[in-house]
Design a protein around this ligand. Structure first.
Ligand SMILES: Nc1ncnc2c1ncn2[C@@H]1O[C@H](COP(=O)(O)OP(=O)(O)OP(=O)(O)O)[C@@H](O)[C@H]1O
Length: 991
């Protein structure tokens, strides 16, 4: 505040005001000397109150104040005949003698200062609001002149838009209906009093020959500005139509048509199909309409049919016909059948409402359409007067949602829009919940926000966000788990009995379909009690949407998992799940290196997902459409590796009956993934080195040098530098392939990923095995949490598969989780008595021995009996070994681990595994025996000493086969051995 002339009684009065008000002035100067040139004044940015003697003084001084970029309010001693219009823009005279004007002004300034703080926030959110509510927006100053028009509206306005800034909005966007115009003026005038967001009823605006029907919201902005966000709801063909409507004396009907669940159709089949369907709907509608009728598409998927000279009854007949037609139509090539909602409204000649007709007609048809939707869709509803009563009731409810504080309104709306946007944009519960927590943290300035979902009798945290160092998340989760419970009906929460220290918190239940599916826990500092209370109120308004969305996403996920599970299993495609920081960092590296042609070496323990990462590298490479070829170097017989990789010419070696391209040639243009590259023999390493250096190779038995464009990805679980030091891996090759190394963390280094993956696999296998499993019980969660997964993701996956097979209830219990290391601790060693099995001929057990071994002997006898009847001899030993290895892999997670556990060489195990899994044993009669065998093996593996188990099972089979009454040749075939080997087997068993 400044006082220019000090000889006035005003000064004392001003001083009094300044002292009394709680408003903080930036600067108070009661001397004129420093005023205009003071730097502090110029930088203060706030409004200035300047007291001076007379109007003349003030007018003289405005010139000098013109350079200041802040509003200046002149307070003059003599307020008689104030003439504001002589002042330069930004300056005002204030009649301070009018009742209370000075205190009002001071409080206004205070408000302005507060609003100023919110302004950046508000402006930032405007774009968001206009995204959610509508596509057209314009900002108006207090007197109704346009300050800003968004681009979309600018496009619609054409040349008029370019000159619209500074014009009155009614000139630029005239409202052709005087009733609507009066209503709009009223709404805008009211804004400054109510300070609240206001919904606009549909009203027309005229742009050239087109009439746009719009609705939206209007809200006050800081600095006396208003914002109109308009949503285009309909477009009339021409101005004439409106005129015709208002002049006619015949009835007119408007029909609004909307396909139900169109958003879902778009989501499932994609936008392109959606657009195609919309086009077909329009064509289909036109086929039913008469020549004078006119169909148009509203924004979104709402269509309108304007039916002139049509009374309600005629309109209904036409609409029923159209409904029939649309229902029976198979849309798009995909043969989609859709349901439709119809809203119909008629204005009878005697009821014509003059200029308001089109507006009223639209409003009624729209209300009827809403009514059709609200009863589940698929119906035609005609407008009835009682709909208005419902709308009023709704508006009444709405009005409670808006407060007197615009920034609170913005915040609530913002949160709602953000959540609405989220609801539409994600179909993953995990992503959704973590985004919701993020929103709650930023939108409500909370210290902690967590989303908890009901799991059995407890609630588990799905996602949370903590912005406070005062407490750790586990403490909050633990508190929530212990103190927040469901009522016995499962429909309500019993609020916590003990408080959570160091925070002020709210617990808001998420109730949908009369079931409490979870709750939100939001915490603030204890001092923020008041704002916490307000936020909680706001949150309560959002949570029904949130709960419904969660419910919907869960259903979708279940559905999707069922579908994707089957698809992926069939296509062999691997997906990659992770949340942990370690994996995020790794995936960032993957994203970085994938679109280059650099060779990538993936290092990681067995089962960590090296192959999945290799696939990701290919999927994100420059040529994802080209081949991705995998070679597992450990499973190929040594002398065939060269030919497998580089190919061979016909006659290159015995058995090379034709030219064969190798894997390298097959991968041309794409990616070659060499898994277990550490297993390659040294001579092949030399050949590979040449290929890595020059991208050329020579096929076995060929002389031609071939060139290919192949991106190499290699993986190993060996320590290659060690292998180099031991002379088992070529140093030059190592340096060549080690261009970019990805170190895949072991599963126990991936934070919460094991649980994420475990839940994923449980869902996947539950769907595959058709079981209704909801989740883990708390005890099994504890068991999982204590385990460190030496066999990594593969072990986890297999463990979950077994858990699902073993589980018959809704929850996976600890006994279903057979964990490798814990199982090993419980080993009960037994000494198999093979001789006794042989002597008992499988039935009569004369000595105590493993129950399962006896059962397996019985089973093998049945299998051998079956195999003997087959015309094409079935190798029982291969069948048995296949089941054995499969169960071992399921138990230990990887072939590497299997080899370790069984004390055999990894490459032998890999070779056998690869060979056996190529063999087909899909005889119908064998199927139940295979099932029984697997069951027995599972339980034997849990109780027996692994290293001696297989020899005893194998010996049992040998005994059974040897005793069969068939030729030696037949026996050799049953055991898939040569005759000399069979002789040895017989000798051993007799010795
Ligand atoms: N992050 C992950 N998300 C989902 N599934 C995964 C993930 N990582 C691995 N898997 C699954 O775990 C199993 C083992 O993965 P993969 O074969 O890629 O491991 P690996 O490290 O190549 O093993 P090995 O060294 O024994 O060849 C596969 O079934 C794979 O689909």
């Amino acid at each position: 505040m400044y006082v220019e002339k000090l000889n006035t009684p005003l000064v004392a009065e001003l001083q009094q005001y300044v002292a009394a008000t709680e408003f903080q002035f930036d600067i108070v100067l009661l001397s004129s000397a420093l005023a205009r040139n003071d730097k502090a004044v110029q930088s203060s940015g706030g409004a200035l109150l300047v007291a001076c003697d007379s109007q003349e003084d003030a007018l003289n001084l405005t010139e000098e104040y013109a350079l200041l970029e802040q509003p200046v309010h002149w307070l003059i001693e003599n307020t008689f005949h104030l003439q504001n219009n002589q002042l330069i823009p930004g300056h005002h005279f204030v009649d301070w003698r009018a009742a209370g004007v000075l205190s009002m002004m001071l409080s206004q300034l205070k408000q302005q200062a507060n609003i100023h703080q919110d302004k950046v926030y508000v402006e930032h959110k405007l774009a968001l609001l206009s995204d959610c509510l509508g596509n057209l927006s314009l900002t108006l100053s207090a007197d109704g002149t346009i300050k800003h028009i968004n681009q979309e509206l600018m496009l619609k306005m054409g040349t008029k838009g370019l000159s619209a800034n500074g014009q009155s909005w009614q000139t630029s966007l005239p409202i052709p209906s005087s009733t609507a115009k009066a209503r709009m003026q009223q709404i805008l005038a009211d804004l400054s009093h109510t300070h609240s967001m206001t919904r606009l009823p549909p009203f027309p605006i005229q742009l050239d020959k087109t009439v746009l029907m719009v609705d939206g919201v209007a809200g006050p902005l800081p600095n006396d500005e208003s914002l109109l966000i308009l949503r285009q709801v309909a477009q009339w063909q021409s101005h004439e139509w409106v005129e015709q409507l208002s002049e006619q004396s015949t009835p007119v009907t408007l029909l609004l048509v909307n396909p139900d669940d169109f958003a879902e159709l778009n989501r499932v089949h994609g936008r392109e199909v959606g657009d195609q369907v919309l086009e077909e709907i329009m064509q289909c509608m036109s086929q039913v309409l008469r020549t004078d009728d006119f169909a148009s598409r509203y924004s979104g998927a709402v269509f309108a049919a304007h039916l002139p000279e049509t009374n309600e009854q005629q309109g209904q007949i036409l609409a029923s016909r159209m409904l029939q037609k649309l229902r029976s139509q198979a849309f798009s090539k995909k043969k989609l059948n859709l349901a439709f909602s119809f809203g119909l409204a008629t204005l009878d000649s005697e009821e014509l409402l003059g200029e308001q007709s089109p507006l009223e007609l639209f409003r009624r048809a729209n209300a009827a359409l809403q009514a059709a939707r609200s009863i589940g869709g698929g119906k035609l509803v005609s407008w009835q007067p009682q709909f208005d009563a419902n709308i009023l009731a709704n508006l009444d409810r709405m009005s409670g949602k808006f407060s007197q504080a615009p920034s609170d309104d913005f915040r609530l709306m913002n949160l709602q829009w953000d959540i609405i946007r989220l609801i539409g944009s994600t179909h993953s519960l995990q992503t959704f919940s973590s985004q919701v927590c993020q929103l709650l943290a930023t939108g409500l300035q909370s210290k902690f926000s967590g989303l908890y979902m009901q799991q059995g009798a407890h609630f588990n945290c799905l996602s949370s966000r903590l912005i406070s160092a005062d407490i750790d998340e586990d403490t909050i989760h633990q508190w929530a788990k212990t103190h927040i419970k469901l009522d016995p009906n499962g429909s309500k929460l019993v609020q916590p009995t003990a408080a959570l220290s160091s925070f002020h918190y709210v617990v808001i239940p998420l109730v949908t379909r009369s079931r409490c599916v979870g709750f939100l826990l939001v915490c603030w500092e204890t001092s923020a009690q008041e704002s916490a209370r307000k936020c909680a109120e706001q949150l309560e308004q959002v949570t029904p949407n949130l709960a419904a969305a969660i419910d919907r996403i869960m259903l979708l996920e279940q559905d999707e998992n069922r579908r994707v599970g089957v698809d992926k299993e069939q296509s062999g495609e691997h997906e990659l799940l992770f949340e942990s920081p370690a994996m995020r960092t790794l995936m960032q590296q993957v994203q970085l290196v994938a679109p280059t042609d650099a060779s990538v070496l993936i290092i990681g323990e067995s089962g960590t997902g090296k192959e999945v990462i290799a696939q990701q590298l290919h999927n994100h490479s420059l040529h994802p459409d080209k081949p991705f070829i995998t070679v597992d170097c450990s499973t190929i017989v040594e002398h065939l590796i060269e030919s497998e990789l580089f190919g061979h010419r016909r006659g290159a070696f015995t058995g090379a009956t034709s030219d064969q391209p190798g894997k390298i040639a097959q991968a041309d243009g794409g990616t070659l993934f060499l898994d277990e590259v550490g297993e390659l023999p040294l001579d092949i390493q030399s050949k590979l080195l040449r290929f890595v250096q020059e991208k050329t190779f020579v096929a076995v038995g060929d002389q031609r040098v071939r060139k290919v464009d192949v991106r190499l990805v290699l993986a190993t679980n060996r320590n290659l530098p060690d292998e180099v030091a031991q002379g088992r891996f070529r140093a030059d090759l190592y340096y060549r392939i080690n261009v970019f190394t990805l170190n895949l963390p072991a599963l126990n280094e991936r934070g919460d990923d094991p649980l994420l993956l475990a839940r994923h696999f449980i869902q996947k296998f539950a769907c595959q095995y058709n079981k209704d499993i909801t989740d883990f019980s708390n005890a099994s969660l504890d068991k999982l949490g204590d385990y460190h997964w030496p066999g990594n993701v593969r072990e986890l996956r297999n463990c979950m598969m077994r858990a699902v097979i073993l589980c018959s209830g809704a929850y996976i219990e600890p006994e279903h989780l057979i964990l490798q290391e814990q199982a090993d601790d419980n080993v009960v060693p037994i000494k198999p008595n093979v001789a006794s099995i042989a002597s008992t001929n499988t039935n009569d057990v004369s000595e105590p021995q493993s129950e399962e071994l006896v059962q397996i002997a019985e089973l093998l006898a049945e299998v051998v009996a079956l195999a003997k009847q087959q015309t094409k001899v079935l190798s029982v030993s291969n069948w048995l070994e296949k089941q054995w290895l499969n169960q071992c892999v399921l138990k230990w997670g990887s072939l590497y681990q299997v080899a370790q556990q069984l004390g055999q060489s990894e490459s032998t195990i890999r070779r056998r595994y690869a060979k056996l899994n190529k063999q087909d044993f899909s005889h119908d009669e064998l199927f139940p025996l295979t099932e029984r065998c697997n069951h027995l093996l599972v339980s034997m593996l849990d109780t027996e000493t692994h290293s001696v188990l297989w020899p005893s099972i194998e010996a049992t089979l040998h005994q059974i086969v040897i005793q069969q009454d068939v030729s030696q040749q037949h026996k050799a075939k049953l055991l898939d051995v040569t005759q000399p080997t069979l002789r040895k087997i017989i000798q051993q068993s007799q010795g």
